[in-house]
Design a protein around this ligand. Structure first.
Ligand SMILES: C[C@@H](O)[C@H](NC(=O)OP(=O)(O)OC[C@H]1O[C@@H](n2cnc3c(N)ncnc32)[C@H](O)[C@@H]1O)C(=O)O
Ligand SMILES: [Fe+2]
Length: 591
């Protein structure tokens, strides 16, 4: 099977031919480079209108050259001819026109053109992306499909960023970290969909870097320039914000701009941006591996080309015995090869589009896609429960810490019931100074907030001892299992009620996933390391969002559980927090 792929969601006008028989992917791209500032949607769309027909012609010329001789017979009027002239045409002429006129031209032309290139379908980026760009590219794709007389396949750009890594790595069911321009999220396959395990609560990771470089007067795209400048930098202090598996870049970006305005060395800011932002992405990726029990991670998206990000992810995976795969750079940045490869899978699964249903969607979310090409496959959470702190008294390793049971002989004095010693691991993927600060702060926060939450009436473990130097806490052992393994409406409603109680007392948990809640004769909140004091409705809503998201990401039938969380919360808490939840949940969605 051969697929013509077309990409043009923002900056890359790109076409590709993927040949399934030899797995070859031939890509031609023509990037849009803004004269000043960031990407201007209208200018970018004009670029698409000019460049897309030309890159299509170039890959079709290649397709014609590599067609089997039988099929090539029908190719007297060689493809290269038409390529040259089309390319020339479209360059002179005006953007929008060239798309239309090419469409018209090629529709009239030879019906057997499909055989000439041996193309079976045309796959295009249907969204998300910039509306004007998507529309231009959609028109070009429809025209090409009609000219070649083959079906059209609509591809979600984000799912394509993920699938190219899975395809190349041959991983079974990995967690995917997508680090691209307009987005940043963790995805895992579960029951016919890609679920969003965590995501940015504000801007995409590439856009965040690009905004900073724009602020200091550097041309677009800024990401590669940050990487270059970072080579000579040293660590300065910037905000580091993760909330469960979600994260936020707005605080760190304004701090970086302020630092530049105050005359801080640019290379130090660039270095520190990388250390903080990529540290955050690596931390949440590790948390997602831990939560799902998966041992495969793939990287996708343009920021994925960054060597420091790749090395952090590689180190993190190595340390926990997981395998990491990053595709070649040509497949990480926006490119039509990934669109063609996923297009082939969708085509084989029967996912073609009638022209009248092929409109583009600038807000197309990855979890809206029916993943028909993986219908009978294992969910990402196949090793579920592997790492849980089960009832049996043995060493448990979580994303962040090792928890050891403490025998009576180890305890300084006789304690009522069982206890555990929790040791926060130092993370060698992180800059040592940043790592030391985070470890110290989290150990202190955990000890303090665990006690404060109990004072607010919520079951939490008693804290027997804290050793800040060694980042170790000696705690009461609580519960029989993690909530992740006993997801009942009753238990999650109680968890919702507990969150309401701590919020009422002026603190948030910061990471209330189903692995940080223990169940037994009661429902206990544990691991307050990311907690802090706050009276903001926004922060309270975020806590509730993290709990609901961790349920939604792993439960087979999450709806009633999600409702129960809200019921529990409403029974004890501020209804304004529940109202705010909608805004918080939508925050990370494509801006
Ligand atoms: C919706 C779609 O249009 C969008 N795609 C996109 O933004 O292009 P992509 O190729 O995935 O990523 C581009 C981003 O990747 C950053 N980037 C490229 N090379 C980089 C590097 N070496 N280090 C850091 N960032 C880098 C650029 O600065 C830019 O922000 C997306 O996937 O979100
Ligand atoms: Fe992208």
């Amino acid at each position: 099977m051969r697929v013509l792929g077309i990409e043009g969601t923002a900056w890359a006008a790109s076409a590709a031919v993927y040949d399934e028989s030899d797995e070859s992917v031939f890509i031609e791209s023509d990037p849009y480079q803004p004269e000043s500032g960031g990407i201007h949607p209208r200018e970018a769309a004009e670029h698409m209108g000019e460049a897309i027909p030309a890159v299509i012609d170039r890959v079709l010329a290649h397709a014609a050259e590599t067609t089997d001789s039988d099929a090539a017979d029908s190719t007297d009027s060689d493809a290269a001819d038409s390529t040259d002239s089309d390319a020339a045409d479209s360059t002179d002429s005006d953007a929008a026109d060239s798309t239309d006129s090419d469409a018209a031209d090629s529709t009239d032309s030879d019906a057997e053109s499909a055989n000439r290139y041996d193309i079976d379908c045309v796959a295009f980026s249907q969204g998300p992306g910039l509306g004007p760009c998507l529309r231009t590219v959609g028109t070009a794709a429809r025209a090409a499909a009609q000219a070649l007389d083959v079906p059209l396949v609509g591809v979600n750009h984000m799912v394509a960023h993920l699938e190219i890594g899975r395809h190349e790595s041959d991983f079974d069911s990995p967690v995917c970290l997508n680090a691209s321009g307009a987005n940043a999220h963790l995805l895992g396959y579960h029951n016919g969909r890609y679920r969003i395990l965590g995501e940015t609560m504000d801007t995409g990771v590439g856009n965040a870097l690009d905004k900073f470089t724009r602020h200091i007067g550097w041309s677009h795209p800024g990401g590669p320039k940050v990487e270059e400048a970072a080579k000579d930098g040293e660590l300065i202090d910037l905000p580091y914000v993760v909330k469960g598996m979600d994260f936020s870049f707005s605080g760190i970006m304004s701090a970086a701009k302020d630092a530049a305005d105050e005359g801080e060395a640019i290379e130090d800011i660039c270095f520190s941006l990388q250390e903080h932002i990529f540290g955050m992405l690596t931390e949440v990726a590790e948390r997602a591996l831990s939560l799902t029990g998966t041992d495969e991670l793939v990287l996708g998206g343009g920021v994925g080309q960054n060597a420091r990000l790749q090395s952090m992810l590689e180190t993190m995976c190595e340390e926990r015995g997981a395998t990491f795969y990053a595709p070649d750079n040509r497949f990480l940045r926006d490119n039509a090869g990934m669109i063609a490869v996923l297009g082939a899978k969708q085509f084989a699964a029967g996912q073609t589009l009638a022209i009248e249903n092929s409109q583009v969607d600038p807000n197309f979310r990855p979890d809206e896609v029916a993943v028909a090409w993986r219908e009978n496959e294992a969910s990402v959470a196949r090793g579920h429960g592997v790492e849980s702190a089960a009832a049996s008294p043995s060493r448990q390793r979580g994303a962040e810490a090792i928890v050891d049971p403490v025998g009576p002989a180890d305890a300084a004095f006789d304690l009522p019931g069982r206890s555990v010693r929790k040791h926060r691991l130092s993370k060698s993927y992180r800059h040592p100074d940043l790592d030391a600060t985070l470890t110290r702060e989290r150990t202190a926060a955990e000890a303090r907030l665990t006690a404060e939450a109990r004072a607010a009436g919520v079951p939490t473990p008693l804290v027997w001892d804290v050793d800040r130097e060694r980042a170790t806490i000696h705690l009461q052992h609580v519960g029989d299992a993690d909530l992740a393994e006993r997801l009942t409406t009753e238990a999650v409603a109680t968890a919702g009620r507990h969150l309401a109680a701590i919020h009422d007392a002026g603190l948030v948990h910061g990471d209330p996933t189903t692995r940080n809640i223990r169940v037994g004769d009661r429902v206990w909140l544990i691991d307050f390391g990311l907690g802090f004091h706050t009276g903001h409705i926004e922060d309270h809503a975020m806590d509730l969002h993290v709990l609901r998201q961790s349920i939604a990401a792993t439960a087979d039938d999450p709806d009633s559980l999600l409702e129960a969380v809200i019921d529990g919360y409403t029974a004890a808490g501020d209804p304004a927090v529940v109202d705010r939840l909608v805004t918080v949940a939508d925050r990370g969605r494509y801006q």
